[in-house]
Design a protein. Sequence first.
Length: 623
Amino acid sequence: MALLQIAEPGQSTAPHEHRLAVGIDLGTTHSLVATVRSGMPEVLRDAAGRYLLPSVVRYLPSGGIEIGEAAKRAASQDPQNTIASFKRFMGRGSDAIAQLAGQSPYVLEAGEGMLRLRTVAGPKSPVEISAEILRRLRQQAEEALGGPLQGAVITVPAYFDDAQRQATKDAARLAGMEVLRLLAEPTAAALAYGLDKKAEGLFAIYDLGGGTFDLSLLRLQKGVFEVLATAGDTALGGDDMDRAIAERILADFAHCAGDDPAWLRQVLQQARLLKEELSVVSQASITLQLPNGERRQWSLDREELEQWLEPIIRRTLAPCRRVLRDSGISKEMIDGIVLVGGATRVPLLRRMVAEFFGQEPLTDLDPDQVVALGAAIQADMLVGNQKDELLLMDVLPLSLGLETMGGLMEKIIPRNTPIPVAKAQEFTTFKDGQTAMSIHVLQGERDRVEDNRSLARFSLRGIPPMVAGAARIRVTFQVDADGLLSVSAVETSTGVRAEVQVKPSYGLSDEVISQMLKESLEHGQEDVAHRRLAEARVEAERVREALDAALAADQQLLSAAELAAIHAARNHLLQALAGDSADALYSAVEQVEKAAAVLVERRMNQAVRSVMAGHSIDEWSNK
Ligand code: ADP
Ligand code: MG
């Protein structure tokens, strides 16, 4: 791109320098990282082969930390120190504590500019917690790609305000990552589907995750992607489906189980498994352990489940209608619907979305991966690995403005303005001899100041004394491609310039960030090794337990030779568990998984046969 390529005469061109860049979907429930290799976007996996990292961080009293799967498993024993769904807290200030408290098990406290969560390891800001996830993904990517990353594109919900975007960027800095661009999630999804290659059109991105629903309308015109409008529900997602199932289970066992917290958690977890399985098969069952120790089976078929899910899915249609109405676009004008988010795997959802929009949604890509794949494509463009660059344009999600007389907000840049953008407006003094003016920057759609988000306050001083109304104060708002704002103010009438650059009142100061970076570098290496070993142990233990349970139940499915091979791999795993090498643990896990593959397959076949018994083939092919 910007590099000059020099080819010696008689020699082929020097090999193209490929720069390592990734796309990261920093999700509420799961996070993942993807890259473009040999021209194709793909997700990157960890040593155990997984690509979905649960967005969960657990702080230990020892000062250690657990991330992802290991942390998620501990959530029930140690809820206060195991932080999940922290994306909801990103960029929120201390003033939001009252509103957010009670919605989560965490103790929230005021911090410098932003709220913090109390843990055994001290108060942690959502930025620091996110940085742990990003650091893990960076490490995973660098291991998979074999070198340091040049940078990353990180996705954010289209409606994220300035503070939430700034917080995301701060988290990346803290994780030692260069942010190439913050990209709206729906735009990333559209990119993954290669919609940029189509000429022009309108696309709806329907994203139902664990706890949030977003619907965005994108317009693609002359190679420019514009997010036209977004709507959603920040308290609607797959978790609601889990709860709907859990309620039935709890009702069925109400007479013998009560409301013991461990029992409730078990039921929720199992409900989720049932839900996910019923997206694939039409009947499934779970085994529950009652508080009195008794084990009981509970089964459910898809038809019944769909009756419970229908009202939940229907709730997603209201924002769909709203977006269409607000943007004056009819369903027939939409050229494609993209499904994003794990919960869109539910077959009923696909049918209801198809019916609502009057067309089949696009489902070729894994809905869990779409956003990360699109971000990877954008990252690849931004570091110059691709020849034709696509100009991507997002819009400002919420209006930006200033407080004016009477406690009202005056909008300077209205929402849905394509970014980057700069706009200036003139104000004047209202008192004779006034030499200072205080400026209050706001974001939101409401008229009254207190109903909007306060982004920053600053004063412009040194205005030459003159009569009221004579000064000309020009306030300039500048929003960059990441959606981040800077504001400056200048008194222009006398040629005397006074200018102030605002640093938003939320977020971390540069000093705080560099202090945190220093600390993380000091503890970095040992942390990484320690963490990797701890995770490997947990993984190995999990595999050993799963294997033992499978052997206990279905050993008879194996030949003597197969059984012997599995036992050899198991012994190897036990040896690795006694040692302290993460590599040895992972390789032992891999061996066990290889040896046990035959057992897994036969158990699966057996399960499918038992599920299918009593169903006709026709019934299956209709699913
Ligand atoms: P987020 O964007 O919030 O990080 P995800 O896109 O990872 O969320 O979606 C997580 C949700 O998707 C969870 O509620 C999970 O149970 C649900 N999910 C995953 N797979 C399936 C499936 N096969 N059927 C139904 N729901 C699923
Ligand atoms: Mg998501």
